[in-house]
Ligand binder design. Structure first.
Ligand SMILES: Nc1ncnc2c1ncn2[C@@H]1O[C@H](COP(=O)(O)OP(=O)(O)OP(=O)(O)O)[C@@H](O)[C@H]1O
Ligand SMILES: [Mg+2]
Length: 382
C-alpha cells in the first residue's frame, strides 16, 4: 500500500488496522515517591497496583492525592525512592522516559503551536528514530484513529479544544505504545464535548484492545464509564481497587462510598444479625460479620430512597424535614434533616415541589443499604 501523503490525508477508506502492540500491563510494586530534601514529604505511599494487559484502570481521588505522581512514575518523570515499576515483564524503574514505549496525554493539550497537526503527531516517531519513509503512513493511521485525518495541515490554533485533545491522543498513539497514560485528558473541555470524547475514548479502546490504559481523573462519571477497574487514592495511599460496580454497590470504606457516587452515610449501631439502630430506631440491613454493639456506617444511595412508608414489614423508614430542594430536570433532589443528620433523596421528578419544612417519609429496601464497619480504614493499612 502506498504511504498516504500528509497533504491529502482525508481518504474515505480506513488504513489497514495497525499491527497490535505487544500486550503489556503495568505493575506498581511497593512504589513510594517522596519530595523534600530528605524525602520527608511522601506523596505516594508504597503503592501496589497491577493494570492487566488491555485493561483500563482509572486512578480516582481528590486533588493532591498522588494521581499524577503515580502516572509520572510510570512515564519515568519521577523516580521512586523505593519500589519498582514494571511494564510487561520489564522493570523500567531506572529507564529514561523515551525508552519505556508509552504514550502520554496531559490535561493541557501541549501541542507545539508552531507545528502543523501532522508534524505534531510525527514528533514522537522522529524521536523514536522510526524510518523516515514510514512516518507519513503512521501519522495518517494515528490521525485516522481519532477522526482527525482531514486536519493534518492545520495549526493547533486553528482547532477547537476537543480537536486539539484528539491530536494529542493521536500523537501519543503514533508510536503504537503498549501503555497509554492519560492525565485528566478531558478536564479542559466543556461538559458536552467531554461526554462526546468519553464515547470516543471508549471506541478507541475497542479498536486498540491490547493497549493498557491508566486514566487519571477526579471525575467519577469518567471513571465509572470508561474503566474496567477503579483505584481510589486518598492522601498518597491506595484506599480500594475494584470494578466500578463493586465500588459503587459494595464500597468497603466510607471514603470510597462518598467518592464513587453520592452516598448517605448514617452512623449506626449493630443490634444483632440483620438489624442496626439509627438514631434510636431499628433498620433491617445485612450485618455480615459485625457483632452486636459494633458501631458502623450505613451507606444508602440517594436514588434508592423512595417517598412514603415502607411497602412491606421488612422495609425501612426514615422521617425527616425538607431543608432544600433542587430540581434537576428528570429528578428532584431533596435535602432532609433526619434526626439531625443530612439525608439526600433523588426522586423521580415530582409534580409539585415540596415547600421547605415539609415532613417527608422515605423508605428503602434492606438490600439497598451497605453496612461499612467502623475502623476498616485503619485495618486496611495496618
Ligand atoms: N516536585 C514536587 N515537589 C514537592 N511536592 C510535589 C511535587 N510534585 C507534586 N508534589 C506534591 O505531591 C502531592 C501529590 O501531587 P499530585 O500531582 O500527584 O496530585 P494529584 O492527585 O494529581 O492532584 P490533582 O487532582 O490536583 O492533579 C501534592 O501534595 C503535591 O503538592
Ligand atoms: Mg494531577
Amino acid at each position: 500500500m502506498p504511504a498516504p501523503s500528509t497533504a491529502a490525508p482525508a481518504r474515505p477508506t480506513r488504513p489497514a488496522a495497525p499491527p497490535a502492540p505487544p500486550a503489556s500491563g503495568i505493575r506498581f510494586d511497593h512504589v513510594t515517591v517522596a519530595h523534600g530534601r530528605h524525602g520527608e514529604h511522601v506523596v505516594l505511599d508504597s503503592l501496589d497496583l497491577t493494570v492487566e494487559p488491555g485493561e483500563v484502570m482509572a486512578l480516582l481521588g481528590p486533588s493532591g492525592s498522588g494521581k499524577t505522581t503515580a502516572l509520572r512514575a510510570v512515564a519515568g518523570f519521577v523516580r521512586p525512592v523505593s519500589g519498582r515499576v514494571l511494564i510487561g515483564d520489564r522493570d523500567v524503574t531506572a529507564l529514561p522516559p523515551y525508552k519505556r514505549g508509552i504514550g502520554m496525554v496531559v490535561q493541557q493539550y501541549a501541542l507545539f503551536p508552531h507545528m502543523k497537526v501532522a508534524e505534531n503527531v510525527a514528533f514522537g516517531l522522529k524521536a523514536q528514530k522510526v524510518p523516515r519513509a514510514e512516518i507519513p503512513g503512521r501519522v495518517a493511521e494515528a490521525l485516522e484513529l481519532v477522526g482527525m485525518a482531514a486536519y493534518a495541515d492545520r495549526h493547533p490554533r486553528e482547532l477547537s479544544g476537543g480537536q486539539q485533545q484528539r491530536v494529542a491522543i493521536a500523537r501519543a498513539l503514533a508510536i503504537r505504545p503498549g501503555v497509554l497514560l492519560l492525565d485528566e485528558p478531558l478536564s479542559a473541555l466543556d461538559a458536552q464535548l467531554r461526554s462526546g470524547m468519553l464515547t470516543e475514548l471508549a471506541r478507541l479502546h475497542r479498536e486498540l484492545p491490547d493497549v493498557s490504559i491508566l486514566y487519571v481523573t477526579h471525575d467519577q462519571v469518567e471513571a465509572l464509564t470508561l474503566a474496567d477497574r477503579i483505584a481510589v487514592l486518598e492522601s498518597a495511599r491506595l484506599r480500594e481497587c475494584g470494578t466500578p460496580q463493586e465500588l459503587y454497590r459494595s464500597p468497603r470504606t466510607a471514603f470510597t462510598a462518598s467518592f464513587v457516587g453520592t452516598a448517605n452515610l448514617l452512623p449506626v449501631t449493630v443490634r444483632g444479625a440483620g438489624g442496626v439502630e439509627f438514631a434510636g430506631r431499628p433498620l433491617a440491613v445485612a450485618t455480615g460479620d459485625a457483632g452486636p454493639g459494633a458501631t458502623a456506617t450505613l451507606c444508602v444511595r440517594p436514588h434508592r430512597l423512595a417517598t412514603g412508608p415502607a411497602p412491606d414489614p421488612h422495609g425501612n423508614t426514615l422521617r425527616g424535614t425538607v431543608t432544600e430542594v433542587q430540581w434537576r430536570g428528570a429528578t428532584h433532589r431533596l435535602y432532609l434533616a433526619v434526626d439531625g443528620h443530612r439525608v439526600l433523596a433523588d426522586l423521580r421528578e415530582l409534580r409539585e415541589t415540596p415547600p421547605l419544612g415539609t415532613e417527608v417519609t422515605l423508605h428503602f429496601a434492606p438490600e439497598d443499604a451497605v453496612l461499612i464497619p467502623a475502623g476498616i480504614e485503619a485495618a486496611h493499612h495496618a
